[in-house]
Design a binder for this molecule. Structure first.
Ligand SMILES: Nc1ncnc2c1ncn2[C@@H]1O[C@H](COP(=O)(O)OP(=O)(O)O)[C@@H](O)[C@H]1O
Ligand SMILES: [Mg+2]
Length: 256
């Protein structure tokens, strides 16, 4: 059975979607099969992987509404062994509809269950909120990756997020673990970057990935061209950093 990893942070722009796209693609390059579930109504993961949400017939919204199965909604990407369960702007409505249902926090877990055997890794790209869809993602996940943008307020909002993780562990998903805190947009030329990294290490210690994602303009460029970094520019620092992260995760899981 595969591992389901939710990538969360209540803050936007910290590198969640970039991490989902590039970590998933890097694991595929290392021979794994991966699924990206885009749970953000903004559908940036779809865009970055070249999936035009106007042309997909079924999305996560239809799955949550009960009008499609997840198997029907999954689409292939241009990257071998990398698949997407697309998002849709109507997911905003799904959030309200879910509020009225029983077991409303467990819908995504139920929906993804039949897919778990089909993939080595399932990544849940979350929106910058701790709303019901994100609670569903955390309930469906085995582990959580928390990207932290390397800037002064990197740790703000962390207490609330970690509390949410704790509550979900206690009430809904006892096996939920933290896969790791990931420092993103690290800039070695900035003196503060090293200080912030040290502060994060002091706080979370062995839960911080050894791999640091450096700031690289090629990463945002690759998203405009709707390609993962290893396809767009395999020699770039962005591609190298995410390959290293993929190797670190496999190693920790004893699959390296
Ligand atoms: N390591 C990086 N270096 C440079 N730009 C980055 C890096 N990681 C992400 N970005 C850019 O920062 C912006 C926000 O990243 P994104 O992954 O969309 O964040 P989130 O999903 O948390 O909102 C995007 O334009 C993205 O291309
Ligand atoms: Mg995002």
């Amino acid at each position: 059975m595969g591992t389901t990893i939710a990538v969360v942070n209540k803050k936007g722009g910290v590198g969640k979607t970039t991490t989902v796209i590039n970590l998933a693609a890097s694991l595929c390059a290392l021979g794994k099969k991966a699924l990206v579930v885009d749970t953000d109504p903004q559908a940036n993961a779809c865009l970055g992987l070249g999936i035009d949400i106007r042309s997909v017939s079924k999305s996560l919204y239809d799955c949550l509404a009960g009008t499609a199965t997840t198997q029907e909604a999954v689409v292939a990407t241009d990257t071998e062994n990398l698949y997407v369960l697309p998002s849709h702007p109507s997911l905003v409505v799904a959030e309200r509809e879910l509020l009225r249902t029983n077991e409303r926090e467990k819908r995504m877990q139920e929906l993804l269950h039949p897919l778990r055997d089909g993939y080595d890794y399932i990544f849940l790209d979350c929106s910058p909120s701790l709303g019901l869809i994100t609670v569903n993602a955390l309930t469906a996940a085995d582990t959580v990756i928390i990207p932290l943008q390397c800037e002064y307020f990197a740790l703000s909002g962390m207490t609330q997020l970690l509390n949410t993780v704790k509550i979900i562990r206690n009430r809904l998903n006892p096996g939920l673990e933290i896969e790791g805190f990931l420092i993103t947009m690290f800039d070695a030329r900035m003196r503060q970057s090293q200080a912030i990294r040290q502060a994060v290490l002091d706080h979370f210690r062995e839960l911080v990935f050894e791999t640091v994602i450096r700031r690289s303009s090629r990463l945002s460029e690759s998203q405009r061209f709707a390609k993962p970094m290893i396809t767009y520019d395999a020699g770039s620092t962005g591609a190298q950093d995410y390959m290293r992260l993929a190797a670190e995760i496999l190693e920790r899981a004893g699959k390296g």
